[in-house]
Design a protein around this ligand. Structure first.
Ligand SMILES: [Cu+2]
Length: 303
């Protein structure tokens, strides 16, 4: 737990230890004094209570000492936090996109990955975007967390200092499968990183599947027949289905036009038994005509 996985571990852990230290000290000290008073001043030993009125010396002591203690805690908190806001100019920029319920990382050369791969000992800055709702990118081992807010370009940065893989969580409740919004950071030696970065061999997945993985379609639609948030894609092509259009139920056969409208205008026909409004209101700006064709070709193969 206490490793130097990133450049922020020390600062955050020091602040944590200082505050925890103060808290434990006062827990013990206050409890001890309380127990002592209960015994020393009980009715038998001290039948007549003394009424103390005003004591300037005491007032000053119990104002000044806690003020100093609080400022000490503030100092360590600030010293740990401030460097997080100070993003180095030469940091490697990576675009991090959050969407219900997956992460997507895009590099300067256009390479995309659902795992965050970074070189060891190099500053990396994540430019955070959300396609839908509030998320929060949290890497506990690195001691960093930053909200991902739609319409706002938050940033976070770090230096991975130890090779290995570390968990990424979403730390802002974002709906049904929030707890499955998981990924990893891989910190690689620079040589391995460059090899990974420059390897642009196409993935072995069919193009339609790649498009759907990239756009997190599969966090709501299964390929194996199971129901997640939306209907499964297994056997979808040519299926007869009941949909609700403007409040009216009607039967349709899943064809090209129906799939297009389900993606470009998801709320027009809502599959019976499912909630509307879960897909983005339209994928028009996200999925191109070419990609739409690839998705349709792929869905045809899912018997
Ligand atoms: Cu999330």
């Amino acid at each position: 737990m206490f490793t130097d996985a990133s450049n922020f571990v020390n600062g955050v852990d020091t602040a944590f230890a200082v505050i925890l230290g103060f808290s434990v000290f006062f827990l013990i000290a206050i409890s001890a004094v309380m127990i002592y008073f209960v015994i020393r001043y009980n009715r038998k030993r001290n039948p007549k209570a003394t009424n103390i009125e005003g004591n300037h010396k005491l007032e000053i002591i119990w104002t000044v000492i806690p003020t100093i203690l609080v400022l000490v805690m503030f100092y360590y908190g600030w010293a740990g936090y401030q460097p997080m806001r100070d993003i180095p100019k030469d940091a490697i920029p990576i675009k991090a996109t959050a969407q219900m319920w997956s992460w997507q990382f895009e590099y300067e050369n256009g390479k995309t990955s659902d795992t965050l791969v970074v070189p060891k000992d190099k500053a990396v800055v994540l430019n955070l975007f959300s396609r839908d709702v509030l998320h929060s990118l949290y890497i506990p081992a690195f001691r960093i967390k930053e909200d991902v807010v739609p319409g706002r370009n938050n940033q976070m940065w770090f230096i991975g200092q130890k090779e290995g893989d570390y968990n990424i969580f979403c730390a802002e409740y974002c709906g049904d499968r929030h707890s499955q919004m998981l990924s990893k950071v891989w910190v690689l030696e620079e040589g391995d990183y460059n090899k990974w970065y420059n390897d642009t061999t196409a993935s072995a997945d069919p193009p339609g599947l790649q498009v759907m993985k990239k756009n997190a379609c599969l966090s709501c639609h299964s390929l194996d027949g199971s129901r997640i948030v939306g209907p499964t894609f297994k056997g979808i092509w040519g299926k007869t289905e009941t949909v609700v259009t403007n409040g009216e139920e009607r039967e349709i056969v899943v064809d090209e036009a129906y799939i297009r409208s389900s993606i470009y205008d998801p709320n027009a026909d809502v599959t019976k038994g499912y909630n509307q409004g879960l897909m983005l209101t339209t994928y028009k700006d996200i999925i191109s005509e070419e990609e739409m064709g690839q998705i349709i070709d792929y869905l045809k193969t899912l018997k």
